[in-house]
Each structure stands twice: as C-alpha cells, then as structure tokens.
Write a protein that binds this ligand. Sequence first.
Ligand SMILES: [Mg+2]
Length: 163
Amino acid sequence: MKNLYIDFDGVIVNTIDITYKMANSLGIKKDYTNYLQFFQNLNWEEVLEQAKPINDSFNEIKKIINSHKFNVFILTHVTSIHEAEAKIKLINRYLENITIITVPKSISKTKVLNTKDAILIDDFPPNLDDWEKSGGIGIRFDLDLDGKGHQVIDRLSQIIYFF
Ligand SMILES: [Mg+2]
C-alpha cells in the first residue's frame, strides 16, 4: 500500500477563500510577515465554522480508505498550536482513526516524513514541486483541473483510479 498524504486547506475545506476575504477586508498587506501575523492571530474556530467541505471531501476520503489501496494521512501546514487544535477537532468530527500531521508553516512538508514513492494531494504547486524533488508523487487538487505541470483531480476519490 502506498502512503497517501492529503492537504487540508484548499483541498478538504475552502478555508483559503475565507481567510483571503478576511485578509482583504482588513487590508492586510500581502507580504510574508504581515500574512504570517494575520494567520497567527486568526480565530480558527470562526474560520472553520464558516468553512465548507470541498466536493464532499470527507465522504471522498472515506471512499479512499475503503478502497484499501492507501495508507491515508492528512498533512497540513499550521502557523500556531491554536490552528492545529482547531483543525484536528474539525477533522475528528468527520473522520475517526485518521492520522493527522501538522507541520509548522516555515518547514517544508517533505522534511517531516519519508516522501519516497509517497503521494501528496495538494492545491499549492510549490508544495508539489518540493515533494517531487524529494522522490514523492505530486497530484494537484484544483477545481478548474489546472495541473500546473502535475496530474490533477477535482474530487479526492479520483485518486483511487490512478494507482
Ligand atoms: Mg492547501
């Protein structure tokens, strides 16, 4: 069985849309330091209350688990412990017995686990580029099916038919 890592923001739930709107309405400058501060001070319970699963993502993950083709993990970047807590609580509401790995935003996802032949589903192309450079298989999640150089899906269970 291959290890399959699924990103959270912009893949499982639409938090990117929500935080982007919040940042815009507050006039947050789009540089790294300002954005990082904005994310560190966010009320993640509020964000996740507004967030919606993308294309039935939680049921799609159940389908992937039930295919018995993959060891499934959720792999998400976080900017604070508070963000990690809120995300873990939300995921546990929908999925039992899933392994959730939270990675500090400043560290590449490739640095916390063995990426060799492991699959990453992520919406952010630089994460996929990094992943493939370190021996993994990158699959882009994008609702417009724009792979940006990677294989692409818009429903998570499509991954079952790739392997
Ligand atoms: Mg993402």
